[in-house]
Design a protein around this ligand. Sequence first.
Ligand code: PDD
Length: 285
Amino acid sequence: MSRTAYVNGRYVPHRDACVHVEDRGYQFADGVYEVCEIRGGRLVDERRHMQRLLRSLGELRIAMPMTLEAFGLVLRETVRRNRVRDGIVYVQMTRGVARRDHAFPPAGTRPGVVVTARNHDLAAAERVASEGIAVITVPENRWPRVDIKSVSLLPNVLAKQAARDQGAKEAWFVDADDTVIEGSSSNAWIITADRKVVTRPVSNAILRGITRTVLLEVLADHGLELDERAFTVSEAYAAREAFVTSASQIVMPVVCINDRPIGNGMPGLVSSDLRRDFHRFAEVG
Ligand code: PDD
């Protein structure tokens, strides 16, 4: 099936979907993005993703180029045209096209808007989740404002590739105190021997995951105690369970960190329960 992308006001065949060479997203990574899950053809947690998009744009002083209502229609139309049932919709907004100059372009420069959508193989994702993933750790080398979902992802790209090179699926950034910050494209969690669920508190040092936010409600419903604090790599080695969260992976059990098995080396029961129940708590629109 041929894919369609939304590019600056037009729906175009995916293979012809292009932006200008002087788009500031291309020149300076001067833009932001969102990834929203699609399930059963419907957007999951659209409201929260749009709130975060507005926040990221605001932090970079890029004006939202259309109303949220109009943009919601674009998202749905892109999903519909690509016949996405279970997958993701990707949104990118940049400061637009202008003659290359680091400072902001003239007022009135229209932000660039791209939306793409694609199906995921749900069965394959479930197979991965039933086996769990391996994680490596890498030193934090990103800028101090990763709370902004900026397209400037070079450290994340290199970290993910380092994981890939070592046969792992995710890399956890670790600070100078050996505490885990977050994954290259996910938030990081452990469950301690006394069944406390631990994840780093929200700050400018992590991206406030929408999956993370919704999972807090799932934890409360399951009567699980949350401990929002930094945890060390050694604590993670000794954890009963570990997992990562993101819109594209929901709750993904971690069974191995730096080649050390976590718990019994199999996906944890709590992580698997949280994964199973997540969508009862997510908003579907
Ligand atoms: N990544 N931290 C980072 C650095 C991320 O890139 C992501 C998401 C998250 C989790 O956020 P959420 O739960 O809202 O997806 C945390 C997306 C999926 C990506 O880059 O593809």
